[in-house]
Design a protein around this ligand. Sequence first.
Ligand code: NI
Length: 139
Amino acid sequence: MIYICRKEHFNAAHKLYNPQWTEEKNIEVFGPCCNANWHGHNFELIVTVKGNPDPETGFVIDLKKLSKLIRANVIEKLDHKNLNVDVDFMLGKMASTEHLAIEIWKILDPLISAVSKAKLHCVTLYETPRNFVEYYGEE
Ligand code: NI
């Protein structure tokens, strides 16, 4: 078993705001992230797939195909978008990196299984160079 990774990039706007709370509580919990007029991030998405190298190609998965699949189904829906209002699969959710990584997993997991014997292993999502999440699916 070997793990192979593809990194993609997008930028997007969002705000973290809980409408059930007062303005004061939102500011206390989310700080500048609840700014009413949004703020942006340069996200880095790393998709890790696991499997065994194919004896004929030596590949676990063709990275060109994996990149196309990620771009068509995830990056195009997110890049230059507002996560709170433009992205169908984020509507009604807190626009946190955690939720975004889980939703990206839900999109990619069946698509990767449909085109390859390899399996999705991890979705790593950097919101900033220092803040990132890793999601391995439900155990
Ligand atoms: Ni933010």
